[in-house]
Design a protein around this ligand. Structure first.
Ligand code: ADP
Ligand code: MG
Length: 505
């Protein structure tokens, strides 16, 4: 070989070595970046851990806060609001009633026709999304929109000249003065209309109804949880509490008036009253809070509020996952160069998070589609898609398990969690031997709970872990489809002047 030939050979070898070294270095750095993504995943998983012992601490904290909220206004982050609902529908209501359900993502108008014997003869529900601009506009615009929707609904009915009782489900914290009036304490779930705070929201709706010439007035102003409890109780008198897990989350339950210390001398015919807990604002140092929860809180308009809700409900779960994936994209290149969309807040909605978690195809083709079409991340390899599924799973599992702890908190406050020895048979549904567990029904509704089966499975699993199998068997979670609206119509029936249909609670 001549000198030239030797030079070329040496040159080629050097280039080959350099390429090989570059490839090795690239692979090593890719491996390091993948390890970083996995480390972030592990760290997130640990931060979200909810072993049974921790869930029990959350249960106990919930009970302590319930007592504190009942003792004094401002005594707890749990507001434990009086609802003035001391009678629930008993199944004997008859007639046609209307309701409006305003509370989050969707707005509903309902017409409910009921007959004696807990029979819903007919029901009509119309849904429509609330235009985003109305959630941040003026009181008048929002309530005009609601009133006009009712007007258009009523114009399509042929029962025009009936005397109408209207239930108004308004799912934000309200300080009630009576069953048909109450002032807004503050907005939640992304609504922010400054001038509504402090106003009587039933009056706001009545004014709007009058402005559009409707001769209808609010008969019952209820929280969505209270509507749900009313429908649950209408069907099953063992229903003692209701939980919503939709855009937001909240719960209510039936409390004895003598336990409502902050309202001494409160008298009701029944000796009980439904309490709207506003549990979305529950907080405890036992809640597993991560850096992502703090970032989420900073993005919201109600910072430092609704901490429990921000870990559990549909408005936020997708966003928590998005924050985790965004950090992974920044600190590793698992999503390649095309991960810009992950920097847009709220781009991953909770129904997509659910679809990702529920994709059981071997190649995660639905995950691939969602990443491609909604997050503009093409060609994520299978192992990256698995990572995304895992993030969505962690977010879901923590949410469902915390919701379960909240439910057990209510059961414990009511002495129905089996912890004080099993409750004896003093219930109206009687007939059980002493020492037997009392059957307890919790009415439940909300788009997240109803639409996401993995969430329901995790919640059920946690109930068994906290309560034990035997006690958990005595607790039934019953979905009440459109319960918040139908229940409000039933409460309008109970409280309308032409009705004496009441059953003490
Ligand atoms: P609201 O009464 O507050 O408008 P809904 O009870 O209708 O709320 O629930 C809507 C919320 O439920 C949405 O914000 C969404 O996050 C969540 N959701 C709806 N469908 C699903 C689903 N299939 N999987 C997971 N979450 C869902
Ligand atoms: Mg709702």
């Amino acid at each position: 070989m001549g000198r030239v030939g030797l030079g070329v050979a040496v040159g080629c070898a050097a280039v080959t070595c350099a390429i090989a070294a570059a490839l090795v270095a690239r692979r090593a750095s890719a491996r390091a970046r993948w390890r970083r993504a996995v480390a972030l995943l592990r760290e997130f998983e640990e931060g979200c851990a909810t072993p049974p012992a921790r869930l029990r601490q959350v249960v106990d904290a919930m009970v302590v806060e319930m007592h504190a909220g009942l003792a004094s206004d401002g005594g707890s982050k749990l507001k434990m609001l009086l609802t003035f609902v001391d009678a629930l529908p008993n199944g004997n209501e008859e007639g046609i009633y209307y309701s409006i359900d305003l509370g989050g993502t969707n707005f509903r108008v309902l017409r409910v026709e009921v007959g004696a014997g807990s029979v819903i003869i007919n029901q009509k529900v119309e849904h429509q999304p609330i235009p985003e601009e109305l959630t941040k506009g003026t009181t008048e615009d929002l309530f005009n929109f609601v009133a006009l929707a009712l007007k258009s609904f009523l114009e399509r009915e042929d029962d025009q000249d009936l005397k109408r009782a209207l239930g108004f489900t308004f799912s934000f914290p309200v300080r009630q003065n009576s069953v048909s009036s109450g002032s807004l304490i503050r907005w939640t779930k992304g609504f922010s209309i400054e001038d509504t705070v402090g106003k009587d929201v039933a009056q706001c709706l009545n004014d709007a109804l009058a402005r559009c010439g409707l001769n209808v007035r609010v008969t019952a102003l209820v929280n969505d949880t209270v509507g749900t409890l009313a429908l649950g109780h209408y069907y099953d008198e063992d229903t003692v509490a209701a939980v919503i897990i939709g855009s937001g989350t909240n719960a209510c339950y039936i409390e004895r008036t003598d336990a409502i210390i902050k309202c001494q001398g409160l008298l009701t015919n029944s000796g009980g009253m439904v309490i709207n807990m506003e549990w979305g604002n529950f907080w405890s140092s036992h809640l597993p809070r991560t850096l992502y929860d703090i970032s989420l809180d900073e993005e919201t308009q109600n910072r430092n509020d609704q901490g429990f809700e921000k870990m559990i409900s549909g408005m936020y779960l997708g966003e928590i996952a998005r924050l985790v994936l965004h950090r992974m994209a920044q600190e590793s290149d698992v999503f390649g160069d095309a991960a810009d969309s992950l920097s847009s807040p709220f781009i991953l909605s909770t129904p997509f998070l659910a679809a990702i978690r529920e994709d059981d195809s071997p190649d995660l083709s639905e995950v691939r589609r969602i990443l491609q079409e909604h997050l503009k991340i093409p060609d994520a390899p299978l192992k990256t898609r698995r990572l995304v599924v895992k993030v969505c799973d962690i977010v879901t599992r923590r949410a469902a398990r915390l919701a379960a702890a909240g439910i057990v908190g209510i059961l414990k406050k009511l002495g129905r969690d089996g912890s004080g020895g099993v409750a004896s048979s003093s219930s109206s549904s009687g007939g059980r031997a002493r020492g037997q567990l009392r059957r307890t029904v919790v009415a439940i509704e909300g788009g997240l709970y109803q639409g996401y089966s993995v969430f329901r499975e995790y919640l059920d699993e946690a109930l068994v872990e906290i309560l034990g199998e035997e006690v958990a068997r005595s607790v039934t979670l019953r979905v009440t489809e459109d319960g918040s609206g139908i229940g409000a119509a039933l409460l309008a029936a109970v409280h309308s002047s032409n009705s004496q249909q009441q059953v003490p609670i």
